[in-house]
Design a protein around this ligand. Structure first.
Ligand code: 87F
Length: 479
């Protein structure tokens, strides 16, 4: 036997950051590199991203969006053309200054986001109302030189994302699209990754500075911090006026287009890991598990051949779930159980000589560790059912957690207590920037997450400044 222990050595509830670091490495998702904040997405991680891509890409294509690709390098003059949106972000921009030993005439930014380079083209492409809507998306990498401590998936300096950039003749069409995309984002998080989300609009302070408004989906993690899942921005005419993206309408009058931009990143994978994984390692919702099943034969010398033969047949029968048959000789069954638990495979099938005599197998669920005896003839149907159950159970468990993490608060000091107890606050609020600054200073760095679409009527005073409350909003410490 060449067994080496590989399990997680700290508990999620004791030291969540060390726990996370161990899970992502031991589940073979991430490899660290010599550049801080830049990580290898190993095949197990990239497979999850590909499933997310495929799902979201199909949705936007069906809606009429087309994919394109714009260059990685953005001339400084172009990046700084719209100064307001870059304001505050400029320390994070990485630059190419040289080719070999010769200095470039103009520095080139490595894209942190592609508004400027795309809108430079849009201004040339859009002439008439017949050129609208223009709805493009690109799947690419971006670099943002974060100074806070980097965390794989959650806060990395290079990450993968899609960025959609669209232009419409009317505000109404743009507003509808921004909402439509947010709905797709919610579906990615909830239906694939089994992470429940709160949809809403960002506060004045927290919205993208280049936007009229920012819509977001947010959730709350067992570490006691909230995290943004994705954003969809209504850019209004802010960029179209600077980049001169205009068209002649049906009356031949010049109009500026209404724009949106929207993005979803590999951060979502980190959110999923943080939400569902446990002290045995990764827990993958079945819909994002490339291999949904692992078959572990229980091997004894004299029954080995018979057992392996049936395992092979099972593997073929379950082929749509892409099962792994772990027939490695030099590891014990127990070791293999831990190894596949660590890697998050949703269902384990155990098959030994006794089971074979009874024409059955043992199924073990990764989410509940429940063991279920199943007749081999019923296996395929049962696996379909249990995969659905696991997917639903992970979502429901996370939804219960999210709901139970919300506390209604009516003062800053109560918000501060909530944050200390790893909860998020829900409070009637005036929404002003000044008020949010006070909240942040007095409640341990808590920020507004969003103002949810589903509102109850706040016939109350603002919990922070006692002014008139406009709506309820969520507040928490966040990533
Ligand atoms: C970092 C450096 C330079 C965020 C930055 O959210 C610029 C920026 O503009 C920057 N970090 N942003 C905001 C990005 C807005 C928007 N872009 C398209 C998205 C979704 C996709």
């Amino acid at each position: 036997m060449k067994e080496k222990q590989i399990g997680i050595t700290v508990k999620k509830e004791d030291d969540s950051s060390e726990w996370y670091t161990q899970v992502i490495q031991r589940a073979d998702l991430i490899e660290y590199t010599k550049v801080s904040g830049c990580y290898v997405l190993k095949p197990n991680a990239y497979a999850i991203w590909e499933i997310i891509q495929k799902y979201f890409d199909a949705k936007i294509k069906k809606s009429g969006v087309k994919n394109a690709y714009f260059p990685l390098l953005i001339p400084e003059s172009l990046l700084k053309k719209e100064s307001k949106h870059i304001e505050g972000f400029s320390p994070e921009v990485a630059w190419v200054t040289h080719a070999g030993d010769s200095k470039l005439d103009e520095r080139l930014a490595i894209r942190p986001t592609s508004e400027t380079i795309m809108y430079d083209s849009y201004s040339k492409w859009i002439r008439s109302h017949k050129d609208l809507p223009l709805r493009l998306n690109q799947w690419c990498n971006v670099v943002r030189w974060e100074f806070k401590n980097p965390v794989p998936f959650l806060r990395s300096r290079e990450f993968l994302w899609q960025e959609g950039h669209t232009a419409f003749a009317t505000k109404k069409e743009a507003d509808e699209e921004a909402r439509e995309i947010l709905k797709y984002y919610k579906q990615v998080l909830e239906e694939l990754l089994a992470v429940p989300m709160i949809e809403g609009i960002k506060s004045e302070k927290e919205k993208f500075a280049g936007a009229d408004y920012t819509l977001s989906i947010e959730t709350f993690l067992p570490t006691g911090k909230a995290i943004q899942g994705a954003t969809s921005h209504g850019l209004g005419q802010n960029f179209s006026k600077v980049f001169n993206i205009s068209f002649l309408d049906e009356e031949n009058k010049k109009q500026y287009v209404w724009q949106n931009s929207w993005g979803l990143t590999t951060r979502t994978i980190g959110v999923m890991i943080m939400m569902h994984s446990d002290n045995k390692g990764l827990v993958l919702p079945p819909r994002v598990a490339l291999n949904k099943v692992v078959i572990v034969p229980i091997i004894f010398e004299n029954t080995k051949e018979k057992v392996l033969k049936v395992c092979d047949e099972i593997k073929k029968e379950l082929s749509k779930h892409n099962p792994i048959l772990d027939d490695r000789d030099d590891y014990s069954a127990g070791w293999k159980f831990s190894d596949w638990e660590l890697k998050g495979i949703p269902i384990r099938i155990e098959l030994g000589p006794k089971d074979l005599e009874n024409k059955e197998v043992i199924l073990v669920r990764r989410d509940t560790h429940e063991k279920i005896k199943v007749k081999i003839k019923d296996l395929s149907k049962k696996i379909d059912e249990i995969l659905e159950e696991i997917q639903a159970n992970l979502f429901n468990k996370a939804k219960k957690f999210l709901d139970s993490s919300i506390v209604e608060v009516d003062s800053i000091s109560k918000l501060k207590d909530a944050v200390k107890n790893k909860k998020m606050g829900y409070a009637p609020w005036c929404g002003s920037r000044e008020c949010e600054e006070t909240i942040k200073a007095k409640a341990d760095g808590a920020k507004s997450l969003n103002i949810p679409f589903n509102q109850k009527d706040p016939k109350k005073r603002c919990f922070a400044c006692e002014g008139k409350a406009k709506y309820y909003a969520y507040f928490a410490k966040s990533y």
